[in-house]
Design a protein around this ligand. Structure first.
Ligand code: NAI
Length: 722
């Protein structure tokens, strides 16, 4: 029997194999054709149930099933919510009919099953994966959604509330087959597909009466269910991590998952399943999931496909990369390259300094081994790829160079001079400068067309973003090679044109300045830090300034002011600058010195806000509303990003969104700086109205750039490629 996306085949032994195989694309997704096919296939199974002894769920695609149809999900509105709910329920009722057919059902997973894909597999009585199957899990929470295809209801019944929430549902973790088996969402892992099918047939033969545990009379959820009393007493780990992670930030998905799991644990399966669908519908119709789907699915996917890469040059793989400077950044860059299988020559002033940089990788690997995340064998192979040296000639044959010496233009130009004759004649020359204009630096390097900025973030091994900065003379080939390298090492590139502060440093500068300006205005420093957290920022502006170091911020400001004067441009007043100068005068430049806006102990651990702060910057009697504090942060960064787009520093909306979330901690629920404007209450005109209010109350930083006004007039949004 053949439906649009599912083939049913009954074998001589009366086992029916369902092959999921959507002919319209490379992956199976939960589109209309699948829903229709599932209905037809289920009807057929029910009709023939007396003639069959078991069902195998398999896939003809590389991934078992790709999951929900996100294009469709992001179009759900409050007007179409009922229709969405009904559709979700219909599909779930078909899975339920298969689950309760009265014959054993086994899912054979030879490819990844995430989200909706895993939910299909959970309706089976047994899940057998192959060793190379890929990953399993529920990433829904990272898109502002919940697993509403039975994922919450079934995992709670399989694992118990606490484990389902903390291990599987709450953080969107993805598990390799063996880990998935340990967690309990996969039953068996076998070498390959043939072995899996064989194991499935054997299991069917041995379990003719298989039923789900929750369909057995007297079933109780493992670990029991909360009988009144506060939830935090029952599932402390999840609620504690929620409170810690979110700090009141407006992410609704984790709370909805918690509510659906707990409420669903008190009632029968079918009622629980309906509760779960209701919460999913609410989330899907809300703005946060649309923002997160935009950034974490569509924008990210576009970047991975090369949205900001020139299409002409052929793809290029780096094989041997020279890293100049084995300090904090150089050592981290070397590790990331070696981890991706690239050979690295790590050069510093002498062998000993370079060796020290290599030791950094060793330290990271020792930790990974101790946590069971790596093996000695893998660690040795990685370390063998890093050659430390003090000799420029050791860079012979390098196809790429990444410079990360001190932030001094003359030194940077000197170290490039030392190696340029040794490396391959077409080697790409990258600098990891965080502040120096690329075009200027390129003038001192012999091959400006091959020269480009590659701005990594600290700590390099954890931070996913790399900001690529294109100088005036950088060639398309160089940009393409840099883009390919960033993808090759598993990181995410954004591309910006050369300008002061590039994109990320410039925009985060407006965030810290806004916070420090509010302190000068008399906003209570405790409220200031709390408001940033509540808006969804990982850290407040006082904490981040302490981390960055106020002396560095002062140096950057002075350099910027000098440059503006040299260009004959006005130098704006800086209330933040006055705060920084005052703190430095007080001998409190930040965390490294053990004293900044916060106090620190001997080990550098952050304590409370410095009590002297409110003497220097008295708290005003009349405090501004908390919402204004939050929105001043969110708006000042969004508006600066629009200016970057207007000036051509940014050329892609997706790059702005992803760069802001991954690089500088702009809250993920917004979908990034420009998606925040798209999704603001009332859309772009709502945003412009509110910016007008902020401008009136707090200054011209909140003036709306012409590009945004024009978009409002034309009824457009911030979008790429449409
Ligand atoms: P660092 O001070 O930790 O390391 C600099 C290294 O360069 C030192 O090991 C030094 O011995 C080495 N060096 C100096 N002269 C050299 C020469 N002639 N040949 C080879 N090596 C030489 O500095 P860090 O923090 O690693 O910064 C390096 C660069 O990365 C700077 O341009 C900085 O602005 C930039 N950057 C820093 C970030 C951060 O968070 N620290 C973030 C992004 C960029």
């Amino acid at each position: 029997m053949q439906t649009e996306t599912i083939t049913l085949r009954k074998d001589d032994d009366n086992v029916v194999t369902l092959v999921l195989d959507d002919p319209s694309g490379s992956a199976n997704v939960m589109n209309d054709a699948f829903r229709r096919s599932l209905r037809e296939a289920t009807d057929w199974l029910v009709e023939h149930k007396d003639e069959i002894v078991g069902v195998l769920l398999t896939s003809a695609k590389k991934t078992f099933f790709a999951g929900g149809d996100l294009t469709r999900l992001r179009e759900v509105t409050s007007d179409t919510a009922d229709e969405f709910f009904t559709g979700a329920e219909a599909m779930k009722s078909d899975l339920r009919r298969i689950e309760t057919l009265g014959v054993p059902v086994v899912a054979v997973l030879a490819g990844s099953a995430l989200g909706g894909g895993l939910e299909i597999a959970l309706a089976a009585h047994r899940r057998i994966a192959t060793e190379g199957a890929g990953v399993f899990g529920f990433p829904e929470v990272t898109l502002g959604l919940l697993p509403g295809g039975g994922g919450v209801t079934r995992t709670v019944r399989m694992l118990g509330l606490a484990d389902a929430l903390t291990k599987v549902l709450g953080e969107g973790k993805q598990f390799r087959p063996e880990q998935a088996r340990e967690v309990g969402i996969i039953d068996d892992v076998v070498p390959d597909q043939d072995a899996a099918i064989q194991a499935a047939r054997t299991w069917i033969a041995e379990h003719p009466d298989a039923v789900q545990p929750w369909d057995v009379k007297g079933f109780r959820i493992p670990g029991g269910t909360p009988a009144g009393g506060p939830i935090k007493d029952f599932i402390p780990a999840f609620t504690a991590s929620l409170t810690k992670q979110l700090k009141g930030a407006p992410y609704d998905a984790p709370y909805a998952i918690l509510a659906a799991a707990v409420e669903g644990s008190q009632v029968d399966f079918d009622t629980a399943s309906r509760i779960e669908s209701r919460y999913l519908t609410q989330l899907a119709a809300g703005q946060t999931s649309k923002n997160m789907i935009q950034a974490f699915f569509f924008d990210l996917q576009a970047i991975k496909k090369g949205s900001s890469r020139p299409s002409g040059p052929a793809p290029r793989q780096a094989r041997k990369v020279g890293v100049l400077g084995a300090g904090m950044m150089g050592a981290g860059i070397a590790y990331s390259l070696a981890k991706a299988g690239v050979d690295v020559v790590l050069k510093d002033v002498d062998d000993a300094a370079a060796e020290k940089g290599k030791d950094y990788s060793k330290g990271l690997l020792d930790k990974a081994i101790a946590r069971g995340r790596s093996t000695q064998e893998k660690a040795d192979a990685l370390l063998a790829r890093i050659t430390p040296t003090g000799d420029p000639a050791a860079l012979a044959g390098c196809d790429t160079v990444i410079e990360a010496v001190f932030e001094d233009p003359a030194l940077k130009q000197k170290v490039f001079g030392e190696i340029v004759d040794h490396v391959a004649p077409d080697a790409v020359l990258c600098t990891n400068t965080s502040t120096l204009p690329i075009t200027e630096l390129a003038k001192g390097v012999q091959r400006p067309a091959d020269f480009i900025g590659l701005h990594f973030f600290s700590p390099v091994d954890k931070m996913q973003l790399v900001e690529i900065i294109v100088g005036a003379e950088t060639s398309d080939e160089t940009l393409a090679a840099a883009y390919d390298l960033v993808l090759q090492i598993g990181k995410t590139p954004i591309v910006v044109q050369d300008s002061r502060g590039f994109f990320t440093s410039r925009v985060i500068g407006t965030f810290t300045n806004e916070g420090l300006a509010m302190l000068a205005e008399g906003v209570n420093p405790t409220s200031l830090e709390r408001a940033a957290r509540q808006a969804g920022y990982p850290v407040g502006t006082l904490q981040i300034s302490d981390e960055l170091n106020l002396e560095l911020m002062q140096r950057i400001r002075k350099a910027t002011e000098d440059a503006l004067r040299a260009e004959g441009q006005p130098v704006p007043e800086s209330p933040a600058g006055t705060v920084i100068d005052t703190m430095i005068e007080q001998g409190r430049p930040g965390r490294k010195a053990g004293k900044g806006f916060y106090d620190y102990d001997q080990a550098g651990k952050r304590g409370d806000l410095w009590p002297g702060l409110t003497k220097l910057f008295p708290v005003a009697e009349q405090q501004i509303p908390l919402d204004d504090i939050k929105e001043r942060f969110l708006f000042v960064e969004a508006l600066e990003s629009v200016r970057c787009l207007e000036e051509g520093v940014l050329t892609s909306v997706g790059d702005a969104n992803i760069g802001s979330i991954f690089g500088i901690g702009y809250p993920a629920w917004t979908g990034g700086v420009l998606q925040f404007i798209n999704g603001y209450n009332g859309g772009l005109s709502g945003f412009v109205r509110r910016a007008g209010e902020l401008q009136k109350s707090y200054g011209d930083r909140f003036a709306v750039p012409k590009l945004l006004q024009d978009k409002v007039a034309r009824g457009e949004r911030f979008e790429d490629g449409v």
